[in-house]
Design a protein around this ligand. Structure first.
Ligand SMILES: [Fe+2]
Length: 397
């Protein structure tokens, strides 16, 4: 997507986040020289051009590659080197771990199989991958097959590859300490950018550089969470819709001296969504971006959302924990899961007690807009009357 305006002038970095204190050769802001010198994958370092703004995302009719996948994943498994691979369930119903297949080598059929596997299993962990070593452009192009890549409204991106999402925690002790300054935990359950009309279907994430332990990612299975509810309770949830918004994320970013690449948006999605590949229902709700069940009064909405959050977040028997070994790529179906970081505590330091860089990258192909019933699949005017009733002007049309 073309930006609205190109870079025109240099910025005084002192106005912005104190961790972004250096310029690239192209004149964009990036992390401090001290941090960039320690970065193992400098080509992935986040950059910001404060002059670049992107227009609101528009509705697109999209397919889900999972529907073209082979039931037995034959093309994916054909990519095992010497025919040898291991594929094991992380839990009986949720998550699969694979060794012996290189994501970077997958052709379109194998990517279709991967999509189907993700839709069914929620999370797939690939070890010993070379995908990221091929650079940011390769990773973005590789990911684009699954859908148009989401450009994050606030985060930094590798220079000239705006459609990757990069997180970078440097070695300043302030950064490590600030994690627990105002909260007891870093746990933050969410679905990535659920506030978009067309949130990412599948996400691909790798920690490029990080401590030996700490910073695992938790995942919860919202298909299973829905199945565990009694039939009467399930019935009551049908027909309800949730307002998701990026307003708070944008506000926090401004407070921290960050940038906004696209104006914040609010969108409505069904509370219970039908998956376009598996046709299973899942609960589509997350603490980070969901704000209200729009058919209910405020107290009722808060009560019901809290119940569902607690159900999903406290049922450890529908969750898994992914650890970040070097060259691990974790892929997930961003619709039928929620995930959370875990904190990096003071053990994430080197032998001198200095914090270790944590540097990660994600690609996020957008998927079809979530619907409660697949008869509305790819309908741009879906929920139009609800938007009108609530006085929200949809930016996606
Ligand atoms: Fe996330």
């Amino acid at each position: 997507m073309a930006p609205i305006a190109a870079a025109a002038s240099r910025y005084d970095p002192s106005q912005f986040n104190k961790n972004h204190t250096a310029y690239t050769a192209q004149g964009n802001l990036t992390v401090s020289r001290e941090n960039s010198e320690k970065a193992k994958y400098p080509e992935f370092l986040p950059t910001w051009n404060p002059n670049v703004k992107y227009p609101p995302l528009k509705f697109q009719s999209l397919d889900d590659k999972g529907v073209y996948g082979d039931d037995g994943y034959s093309s994916l498994l054909e990519h095992a080197g010497n025919g040898e691979y291991t594929m094991k369930n992380v839990t009986p119903k949720f998550g699969t771990e694979i060794e012996g297949i290189q994501l970077s080598e997958l052709d379109e059929n194998a990517k279709n199989d991967l999509s189907l596997l993700l839709a069914r299993r929620g999370v797939v962990i690939f070890r010993n991958q070379n995908l990221l070593q091929k650079g940011p452009k390769y990773f973005a192009d590789w990911s684009r097959y699954f859908g148009p890549l989401h450009i994050h409204p606030t985060s930094g991106a590798p220079e000239d590859v705006p459609d990757l999402h990069v997180t970078f925690r440097g070695t300043s002790k302030d950064e490590l300490e600030s994690a627990f300054k105002t909260r007891l935990t870093n746990t933050q359950w969410h679905t990535d950018v659920s506030y978009e009309k067309m949130p990412p279907s599948y996400c691909f994430f790798s920690v490029l550089q990080g401590p030996e332990s700490g910073g695992d990612t938790l995942f919860a299975d919202t298909v299973e969470a829905y199945k565990r509810l009694s039939p009467e309770f399930q019935k009551r949830l049908q027909g309800l819709h949730v307002l998701h918004t990026s307003e708070d994320q944008a506000h926090l970013q401004r407070q921290q001296g960050g940038f906004s690449r696209r104006d914040p948006v609010s969108n409505i999605h069904p509370l219970i969504v039908e998956h376009p590949v598996t046709k299973e229902k899942y609960i589509f709700l997350n603490r980070e971006f969901s704000r209200q069940i729009v058919e209910l009064k405020e107290e009722e909405s808060t009560f019901l959302m809290e119940f569902l959050y607690n159900h999903i977040e406290s049922a450890h028997d529908l969750q898994l924990r992914a650890s970040w070994e070097p060259n691990t790529v974790v892929c997930w179906d961003n619709r039928r899961t929620v995930h959370s970081p875990t904190g990096i505590d003071e053990s994430a330091t080197d032998e001198f007690g200095n914090p270790v860089i944590r540097f990660a990258v994600r690609s996020s192909p957008q998927g079809p807009s979530p619907v409660a019933d697949l008869q509305h699949f790819n309908d741009p005017h879906y929920l139009g009357e609800l938007y009108l009733k609530l006085g929200i002007i949809p930016k996606h049309l």
